[in-house]
Design a protein around this ligand. Sequence first.
Ligand SMILES: [Zn+2]
Length: 140
Amino acid sequence: MAKMRPGVITLNGFLGDDRRNLFDIIQDDELSLERLGKTTKEIADRMNYFSKASWESFGEEIMVDEHYLVSTDVVRGKLPCPFGHPGIYRKAITTLTNTKNIISIRWTSLNIHLIEAHGFFEGKGSTFRLDPHTLCEAIF
Ligand SMILES: [Zn+2]
């Protein structure tokens, strides 16, 4: 958990003001996913799909599949996985608005990895926390 604190890998860290430990954060979100009937793989695939579709958009919004307004901003720099994986992840931020329900969310390339490999959606209050319910409403 030390690597997830503010100022170690990212300015604001990954845990926000969440008082739960990492295991509980992951387990609670896993229960939410069960209720939603989605897997981390399905979610990560979907996020990857939108990020790739807008990768060349240079921050301009594009319409994907008729009701998803998506843009991706690729910025300089890379981030390592706080779980200690050898890989590093491009700093890219994807913003998506589902025009049917007007839910807007954003995520980074690292978010996708954290969800897919670790089932980690970040702690409550974290800058890039993705609430599984909101996320699913937006991307499916
Ligand atoms: Zn990892």
